[in-house]
Ligand binder design. Sequence first.
Ligand code: 5AD
Ligand code: SF4
Length: 440
Amino acid sequence: MSAPKKLFIKTYGCQMNVYDSERMSEALGGQGYVETKSADDADMILLNTCHIREKAAEKVYSELGRFKKLKAKKPDLKIGVAGCVAQAEGQEIMRRQPLVDLVVGPQSYHRLPEMEEKARSGEKVLDTDFPEEDKFEKLKRRPMAKRGPAAFLTVQEGCDKFCAFCVVPYTRGAEVSRPADRILTEARDLVERGVREITLLGQNVNAYHGAGANGDLTLAQLIWELDKVDGLERIRFTTSHPNDMMDDLIEAHASCKKLMPYLHLPVQAGSDKILKRMNRSHTAESYLRLIERIRAARPDILISGDFIVGFPEETEADFQATLDLVEEVKYGTAYSFKYSTRPGTPAAERPQVDPAEADDRLQRLQALLTRQQREIQDSMVGREVGVLFEKPGRQAGQMLGKSDYLHAVHVADCDREIGDLARVRIVSSRTNSLAGELIE
Ligand code: 5AD
Ligand code: SF4
């Protein structure tokens, strides 16, 4: 038998890319590949790219440039570009960078085995179609591969919202939900392999409307189906749009024990003028009232968000409205970005904010968000939380896990194993983690 070929995948961007990289690795496993952690000994290198923020394509070109020497040493090395940059700029990548053998968009990963064969025979291959067939059906997880206790599971992909700054509707395509039975089968299989926590993924996950036995299921109905899976202890979902936060999902946060008290609910900005120009179709007020309803259902829920500062035509007063909204909501964690233009999106053509001004706003917003994050983390001290242990800590006898609220928690002198779910009392708060002790 010939030695296995080695695959090096570098993943950028969101959790969906992490999920996709696992599926690509499994698809190529059937072609005799095993993963390696080093590009130097790879027979195939795949960059799973992200197009959401600044200079994504330029970063891909500079990363590819670094493989030039490797390829000179090893002419059989195949280099592929996957993900959203591949989708958006595949043709251009092929034209501009002769090192690249293969370009594959997010909707075509199930075709990787055939593409790899073609690339091996010396062809250049590009597939950025949005095919009819179900890629998930063709990308089944490899049986029996062992895995950690927390896993991602894609339930929905694409987006129909067309926020004026965002490339997702173009790179991932129209919103598509997977049928519920396939998701449940995948979830049961994950649980058999040791998974205790599943995060349901979708660019617009709460718009989920996958087919069930008696018509389409909402995300809440899907969560209640997953709630029945024995051995599955925790359910999370991300990312949600405020306009799709339906009553039954809010109610699930009140009554579903397995659904964790954490919600990533991006608002992007606090000024109604800017929200309108972003095509967000909600107002600051409607978002705040929504947060109130969610907190009425689950008072301890930790809210997380995304923000863009320096969106075209954002004035200092508009930015102030974002700070005011943040003050009111109190975010447990948040991601904030300076607006950057994405060619082909509506906002790219509009008058841009002075970059120095945008930098200054980003710093001010991040200072506020960091303060809030720290306050909420500190408020955990003395509280009892559930912790799912994911790996040993750096010190002997220490274990590291995630709390119900997704905080990283260290426990010293811990006799629990990876995959155990324990009750823990938080004893101190550090910069980016909490320390706790087991409650017997
Ligand atoms: N510029 C800056 N941030 C962006 N995001 C999406 N597109 C852009 C852009 N063009 C941010 C949004 C989104 C997150 C995933 O990335 O806040 O919620
Ligand atoms: Fe992009 Fe999210 Fe808006 Fe969809 S809802 S267009 S993914 S920012």
